[in-house]
Design a binder for this molecule. Structure first.
Ligand code: GRG
Length: 318
């Protein structure tokens, strides 16, 4: 991805924090079998962009500018939101591992490396995904470790937000619709029109992206109005992200994307380019980003990294 220098500095710092925390949070032997530790780390540290945890930290930061001006230093607020940021990355990584399995998207390349099941076998890949998901919820329950009732109630709200996003009403439900559309759910086949495609993506990709931003906002003590605005921002961002992902699937190479390009077309999957064409898809993504930034401005939240992240998402190359 290409990002301007100030945003790049924020993203770099956020990624360093997230990667360091993930190293600490993931279980290691003798607490878990070495093969599980190795398999989980193989996928978690395969070089993902960390978009979701960066969104969590950026939302925490922009809210803190109004709720906790004394703690506005990025470091202080990031500590509160970091467990949620990492938990979401663990859930995202589990979903990629399971999506790549032969029973689902059947892919052999992810984040520029052979997929987990290619290296460790299907059984361990399933278990690594299961382990990452369970670890995410254990982390949300455990951290930040506190007896402060205000922080505890924020943690509980975040737990609910993230579990909803990961559930059959969110990520898992979206993936089920994807399998139905791909003809992999006997007796439940569906053909998606534009509305159906949008619903599938709102669940499969959008729910976790919204939960990422909303969780950061909640951990920083956002008002309900702020949470609502950040949720709407992230809804538009998530849709733009997915449209760009569909465009890149047509235009990108395996090397650029770090995954197999052209998969959607070869699986005859409905996508934004297949329904709207490339040009209209590009303008739809741009409209989403303009709306997302307008939402931030209307809510008085334009003065942070969420706007630049939105621009970065549409200009990305992988
Ligand atoms: C198995 C329950 C379950 C869900 C799978 C995430 C997902 C649902 C499928 C992945 C298929 C896909 C390519 C979706 C498009 C959007 C997307 C999630 C892209 C990958 O996210 P990035 O680009 O990946 O943020 P990195 O590797 O950078 O973290």
């Amino acid at each position: 991805m290409i990002a301007g220098a100030p945003l790049l500095a924020f993203l770099d710092e956020a990624c360093v924090r997230v990667n360091f925390a993930l190293t600490r949070y993931l279980p290691a032997p003798p607490a878990c079998p070495p093969i599980m530790a190795d398999a989980m780390r193989y996928s978690v540290f395969a070089g993902g962009k960390r978009l979701r945890p960066c969104l969590t930290l950026a939302a925490a930061d922009v809210v803190a500018r109004t709720t906790e001006p004394a703690l506005v230093a990025f470091g202080a607020m990031a500590d509160l939101a970091l467990p949620a940021a990492c938990a979401i990355e663990l859930i995202h990584t589990y979903s990629l591992i399971h999506d790549d399995l032969p029973a689902m998207d059947n892919d052999t390349l992810r984040r520029g490396r052979p997929t987990l099941h290619v290296v460790y076998g299907d059984g361990i890949a399933i278990l690594a995904g299961d382990g990452l998901q369970a670890e995410a919820f254990a982390l949300l329950a455990r951290e930040p470790a506190t007896t402060d009732p205000i922080v505890l109630s924020r943690k509980l709200r975040v737990l609910q937000t993230i579990s909803d996003a990961a559930s059959a009403t969110g990520l898992v439900g979206g993936q089920a619709i994807d399998l139905q559309a791909a003809g992999l759910a006997p007796g439940y086949e569906v053909t998606l029109d534009a509305g159906g495609l949008r619903t599938m993506h709102a669940r499969k990709t959008g729910a976790l992206i919204r939960a990422s931003a909303v969780s950061g906002a909640i951990m920083s003590g956002a008002t309900d109005d702020m949470v609502g605005a950040i949720d709407r921002y992230a809804g538009d961002l998530g849709l733009a992200f997915q449209i760009v992902d569909d465009i890149l699937d047509v235009e990108g190479s395996d090397t650029e994307l770090g995954k197999t390009s052209g998969k959607d077309a070869s699986a005859a999957k409905p996508t934004y380019p297949s329904l709207f064409g490339l040009e209209r898809s590009r303008s739809l993504a741009a409209e989403c980003i303009a709306r997302a930034k307008e939402t931030l401005a209307d809510a008085g939240l334009a003065d942070g990294w969420l706007g630049p992240i939105a621009d970065w998402v549409v200009s990305r190359k992988n």
